[in-house]
Design a protein around this ligand. Structure first.
Ligand code: 13P
Length: 244
């Protein structure tokens, strides 16, 4: 399966969302084997879900908490995401890891909680430039993927987003993407057995329609997690078409 997700991060307002969803409803044509999704700020999840109707574009949260319910001010439960019709949840995005201190220990609980509520977890991994330059890239990625040792197999997408390529306009080269995606595919098999071979591995980091047609051809690249370019519905729909 291939999967393209627009991660809006903390961008866009109601007025932008109307047009974006209308464009999806008018132009998105589902094709077998390729999923498309939008991850809006949580305050707009229900609105986006309603506006997309049954056009086939899925809705993802950008984060959620692992506890079932209770006194966790400011957090959102997986059950609440499911309640409003959410399809999945991004987990461990580098911005959450680096700005908000998300840990692998929390991610183990979040992946499990997402699965318990039938939400597709998208586990994000990626090395910083210092880690890559310091020869620690594989070690870092292996450690981030070790979350899956504790969760075991189940519904899953992995998104490889090198931190230095996020929002910088500096996309990873085809060679870099080939090397890391082959490594991630091997690790997934080692950790999850045969089920690991079924896990889609998205690439993310300055993806645009200009570079994506080449990246999507790279072995073990089965989609994209897209920030900046996916704030524009025409570009998002173009990326989906390229994956199809
Ligand atoms: P950009 O596409 O803006 O580089 O963001 C990538 C990303 O972090 C998606 O989750």
């Amino acid at each position: 399966m291939r999967i393209i997700i627009a991660n809006w991060k903390m961008n866009l307002l109601s007025k932008d969302i109307d047009g974006f969803c209308a464009a999806c409803v008018a132009e998105y044509k589902a094709k077998p084997g390729v999923e498309a999704g939008i991850a809006p700020p949580s305050i707009y999840l229900k609105d986006v879900k309603t506006k997309l109707g049954n056009c086939g574009v899925k809705v993802f949260a950008q984060n959620a908490y692992f506890e079932a319910k209770g006194a966790f001010t400011g957090e959102i439960a997986m059950a609440q995401l499911k309640d409003i019709g959410c399809d999945g949840v991004l987990l461990g995005h580098s911005e959450r890891r680096h700005i908000f201190g998300e840990t692998n220990a929390a991610l183990v609980k979040k992946v499990k909680a997402a699965r318990e509520h039938d939400l597709l977890p998208v586990l994000c991994i990626g090395e910083t430039l210092a880690e890559r330059d310091g020869g620690k890239m594989f070690e870092v990625l292996r450690e981030q993927l070790a979350v899956l040792k504790e969760t075991g197999p189940g519904a899953l997408v992995v998104a490889y987003e090198p931190v230095w390529a996020i929002g910088t306009g500096r996309v990873a080269t085809v060679e870099q993407v080939r090397e890391v995606h082959a490594f991630v595919a091997e690790e997934l098999k080692r950790l999850l057995g045969e089920a690991g071979a079924e896990v889609p591995i998205q690439y993310g980091g300055s993806v645009t329609p200009d570079n994506f047609s080449e990246l999507i051809q790279v072995p073990h690249v089965s989609g994209g997690l897209v920030g900046g370019a996916a704030l524009d519905p025409a570009k998002f729909l173009k990326l989906v078409q390229q994956a199809q």
